[in-house]
Design a protein around this ligand. Sequence first.
Ligand SMILES: [Zn+2]
Length: 87
Amino acid sequence: MPTYQYACNACEHEFEAFQSFSDASLTQCPECKGEIRKVFSAVGVVFKGSGFYKTDSAKKTTSEPAKTTPAAAPTPAAAPTPAAKAD
Ligand SMILES: [Zn+2]
């Protein structure tokens, strides 16, 4: 259920409303019946714009090579797997 935040243009009353997508948007302030506007929370934007994770990934590039490099071992998986005997 999405949460919409509203703010009243008349009295600046702010409130959240839980609405389904099929519900009509609210247009009236529950306090003064004035005109309200939708307020989109900036929480998600703040996280995306902080960019702290960028420095984190930059550090990783200078760290020791990943251990994911496989040793030079023969890979038997290259051989075709024989299908089950049709018997
Ligand atoms: Zn109001």
